[in-house]
Design a protein. Structure first.
Length: 88
C-alpha cells in the first residue's frame, strides 16, 4: 500500500536550519491555476462542475476555499498534527 495522497501536501518543517521550499499546497499559484478558467462566470462554474446553483464570482469562491484549506493544513503541519480523510 502506497503513501496517502495527502502526505505530499503537508508542508514539512525545515531541517538543520535550512529554509523550507514551498511544497504541496503552498507551491500552487492559484492565480495561474484559475487563469485557465473561462471569463464568463456561468462557463467557469460549468468547467468546475458546479451546478446551476452557482452564482457570483466562481474564482473568488475557489480562492477563498483553497486558501482556507491551505491554512488548515499549514497549521496542522506546524503543530505536528495528522489529518485523516476517509473517502469511499
Amino acid at each position: 500500500m502506497g503513501a496517502h495522497p495527502l502526505l505530499p501536501w503537508i508542508r514539512r518543517r525545515p531541517r538543520h536550519g535550512r529554509a523550507a521550499r514551498p511544497r504541496g499546497l503552498d507551491a500552487i499559484d492559484t492565480g495561474a491555476l484559475l487563469a485557465g478558467l473561462p471569463d464568463s462566470p456561468d462557463e467557469a462554474a460549468a468547467v468546475c462542475g458546479f451546478g446551476p446553483w452557482a452564482r457570483g464570482d466562481v474564482r473568488a469562491h475557489l480562492v477563498e476555499h483553497f486558501d482556507a484549506m491551505r491554512e488548515f493544513y499549514r497549521e496542522a503541519a506546524r503543530r505536528g498534527q495528522c489529518v485523516v480523510v476517509w473517502t469511499d
